[in-house]
Design a protein around this ligand. Structure first.
Ligand code: SAH
Length: 458
């Protein structure tokens, strides 16, 4: 580390910004958030800086003179005149200020970091001036990680700090704060119920103990594979989990986002069959939650779509364990995105049906006729293995053999494969291209007029 991060106390100190242009304005915007006095030194100011002076938030002098750098903690210099910048830096140094000359890293005492501001929580990202663009990219990632209300909750915690110190011994105190920041109080606050959050914290302080936290289960949608198709809420659950139960279809990229010390249990579900019977999974997630653990049941796509979520919800509710669903991006949506074509198209498909191609053993095949009426996009999950039967059943239900079928395997991952084929050639095309599970079939049974239009265009 050639530089060392510190947080400077700004109240009652002066920040001098030399220069009146866009760079000076950028620095002023950063300093504005602090309690420092701002002094602008420039013959002329751009309208934004002039506005600061007019509002009384900054003072302005046309040139540096005696006393300019008095009580100065930090100086930003951006006049564009090298000799002048060096002279100003010397004056600032003589007054004991830390100096930053914009775009002249060799002459800087310190660099401004990329900042994520959840005042009083502030995250500063530095690259020692080597890669500011990277710093900004990291800032964007951190921005998405930190709830917008985090600052307000931290401020509330700060106001209660003394009361907590008085009410708890050190070990209990740590437990209280862990509960406060990971438990239901912060969840209430995030949901906009600030009063309820504060009441929960105060009740715990009055009781002298953080309430024992019961376990809970979240059925979390892992999305189709790509890790940036996970929701922010899913990431939060992964990072809070004590134990994660996941399937074969969950991409390892996604698991990497889990808390490092969370237990991970592979429950090895294959499509249509499972090496772990569903009842065993149900019993296990409930048993773990009953130990007071935060259980994540991570499922590919959206947990509500062909995910056996019903059994797990029932098991949790029967045991009185709190359970919630965190939705995810389902394979059909991911496939549409990969194809660059919507699932519904005005005038052509006004219905979109999610249907499974693999029923429970012994169940009759789906009755395709009402599902496959013209104007429907059929999204067939788990259909690859039965593709020859499905194609035959659809044709028997009146879907023309020339109807286009789009197949997307492993949508959104680096292994993705795509294929478009007429329905009558579907089984052969799958074989030719070597496409297996997991893949989704989109059958576009357009309206007659629209279908004719498509033929003309083709
Ligand atoms: N809950 C999941 C579906 C689970 S059923 C969801 O919402 O997506 C399993 C089937 O989903 C697979 O047989 C396949 O048809 C489909 N599937 C899951 N992930 C997929 C992916 N990345 N690409 C294409 N199809 C996928």
């Amino acid at each position: 580390m050639k530089t060392f991060p510190m947080f400077l106390k700004m109240a009652g100190r002066r920040v001098v910004i030399c220069g009146g242009g866009a760079e000076a304005a950028r620095k002023a915007r950063l300093v504005l958030k602090t309690e420092a006095e701002i002094l602008l030194v420039a013959p002329e100011l751009d309208p934004e800086l002039a506005g600061l002076v007019a509002s009384g938030r900054a003072r302005h002098v046309p040139a540096a003179g005696p006393g300019t750098f008095d009580n100065c903690i930090l100086t930003f210099i951006a006049t564009g005149d090298e000799a002048e910048e060096e002279a100003l830096a010397a004056q600032a140094h003589a007054a004991g200020a830390v100096v930053n000359i914009v775009d002249r890293p060799g002459l800087c005492d310190a660099f401004t970091p990329s900042i994520v501001d959840r005042d009083p929580v502030v995250v500063a990202i530095g690259t020692e001036g080597a890669a500011p663009v990277l710093g900004r990219a990291i800032r964007t990632e951190v921005e998405t990680m930190l709830d917008p209300r985090l600052g307000a909750f931290a401020a509330l915690a700060g106001r209660l700090r003394e009361a907590v110190a008085g009410a708890f011994e050190p070990v209990q105190r740590r437990r209280f704060w862990e509960w406060a920041f990971n438990g239901p109080a912060f969840a209430e606050h995030r949901a906009g119920r600030e009063r309820a959050a504060a009441d929960m914290l105060k009740a715990a302080i009055a009781a002298g103990a953080a309430p024992a936290e019961g376990g809970r289960i979240a059925l979390v949608g892992a999305g189709p594979g790509a890790r940036d198709l996970l929701t922010l809420r899913a990431v939060r659950h992964l990072q809070e989990a004590d134990v994660i139960f996941y399937d074969r279809l969950v991409d390892p990229e996604v698991l990497e986002l889990a808390r490092r010390d969370a237990d991970r249990v592979f429950v090895g579900k294959e499509v249509g069959a499972s090496s772990w019977p569903q009842a065993k999974i149900d019993a296990l997630i409930v048993a773990e939650a009953r130990k007071g653990r935060r259980v994540v049941r991570l499922k590919s796509g959206d947990p509500s779509v062909f995910g056996r979520a019903r059994e797990e919800l029932d098991a949790a509710r029967a045991a009185g364990v709190p359970v919630e669903i965190v939705p995810g991006i389902t394979a059909a949506s991911a496939a549409a995105a990969s194809l660059g074509r919507p699932l519904t198209e005005r005038g052509e498909s006004d219905a979109c049906v999610l249907v499974t191609g693999a029923c429970r053993p012994g169940d009759p095949a789906p009755d395709w006729a009402p599902l496959a009426r013209a104007g429907t996009t059929l999204c067939i999950y788990m259909g690859v293995a039965r593709a020859p039967q499905i194609a035959a059943e659809l044709r028997a239900a009146g879907v023309p053999g020339a109807t286009p079928v789009e197949v997307v395997a492993e949508a959104s991952t680096v292994r993705e494969k795509r294929l478009v084929t007429p329905l009558e050639d579907l089984p052969q095309a799958l074989q030719r291209e070597g496409i297996g599970n997991p893949a989704i079939l989109l059958v576009r049974h357009g309206k007659p007029a629209a279908a004719a239009g498509l033929t003309t265009v083709a």
